[in-house]
Write a new protein. Structure first.
Length: 320
């Protein structure tokens, strides 16, 4: 998603020596929407994003519940369009990871791995990352059979046996996607019923090569020649265990908010940034939007809504 509004790392510090009106930390749907609205309000917005814009949206194969797309759309295409729109209004992007913030100073200070910046307002839109299983060998086998993105890595397991862990929308969508590529798919779920939205259930039932393991949790991973060779699962209802040979396991057991860089700077709620419906956090001039915010529903639609509201709140703060 490179374009003229991208600032290379070598030029970033030089380009942002002045105080930024609104620093948007994160360039997922919430961050990109916030930047768009900030620019439309007549202020300058700079997005800080350590990887590519789009966040988890950019790795989603198919999005079918975002309004305006009757036949659905590619997550990457939607993210690219959002980025282009923000760029067209003048939003800038600095590809540096924010490692610390000082929300008590005036102006507020932002520290990255490459330099420091100052901003009158901050919008925290860092989203969340996939939660890990927490079993031995998980980190060692990441990228060697253990994956957290079926649409990213599924093609590597064409014709093979894999397992998907989880029971929500992401897990079931992953199982359906992988069923088209793989010989066999195990769906490992710790409960006796799926949490996924009803629309996914019939599609899953139509996948003859998907086997659901109810009341089951992954206890161990097995490796052979440095790659995943299988998993050990336990049926918690029957207190029995079995080893399942498989060459891939896709973890979809929820997300964890990306808040480590805050280092206690903002009040959290259940690990997520506590903010009201206007996006206001515990620090004046600091707002939160998207999946990083404590709220009931985390979807693309709620992320873009958060972004627009947070931007309007930031613009109001700057005019006081």
């Amino acid at each position: 998603m490179e374009n003229e509004n991208h600032i290379p790392e070598s030029q970033a510090s030089k380009a942002c020596t002045d105080v930024i009106d609104v620093a948007v930390i994160g360039a997922g749907p919430a961050g990109m929407t916030a930047a768009l609205y900030v620019e439309r309000a007549g202020f300058d917005a700079v997005m800080f994003e350590r990887i590519a814009p789009g966040g988890q949206l950019a790795t989603t194969e198919h999005v079918e519940n975002y309004p305006g797309f009757p036949d659905g759309t590619s997550g990457f295409d939607l993210a690219f369009a959002m980025k282009q729109q923000a760029d067209n209004f003048g939003a800038k992007t600095v590809n540096e990871e924010v490692v610390a913030v000082d929300v008590t100073s005036t102006p507020k200070k932002i520290t990255t791995a490459f330099g420091s910046y100052e901003a009158s307002c901050i919008i925290v839109a860092t989203g969340a990352r996939p939660r890990k299983l927490g079993v031995p060998l998980e980190d060692e086998l990441a990228g060697k059979g253990v994956s957290y993105c079926a649409t990213c890595d599924g093609n590597f397991f064409r014709g093979k046996t894999v397992a998907v862990v989880g029971g929500g929308n992401t897990a079931v969508a992953d199982a359906i996607f992988l069923a088209r590529l793989c010989e066999k798919v195990y769906l490992v779920h710790r409960r006796d019923r799926l949490r996924a939205t009803a629309v996914y259930h019939k599609r899953l039932e139509a996948c003859e090569n998907v086997e659901i393991l109810w009341n089951t949790q992954v206890r161990r991973l097995f490796a052979d020649s440095g790659k995943l060779a299988g998993i050990e699962v336990e049926n918690t209802a029957e207190h029995s265990a079995q080893k399942l040979p498989c060459e891939g396991v896709f973890v979809a057991v929820g997300n964890e908010p990306n808040v480590e860089f805050l280092q206690g700077a903002l009040e959290l709620e259940g690990g997520y940034v506590k903010a009201d419906e206007t996006g206001k956090t515990s620090a004046a001039g600091v707002f939160a939007a998207g999946d990083v915010r404590a709220k009931m529903l985390r979807q693309i639609t709620t992320a873009v809504a958060d972004g627009s509201v947070a931007a309007e709140s930031a613009a109001e703060f700057l005019t006081l």
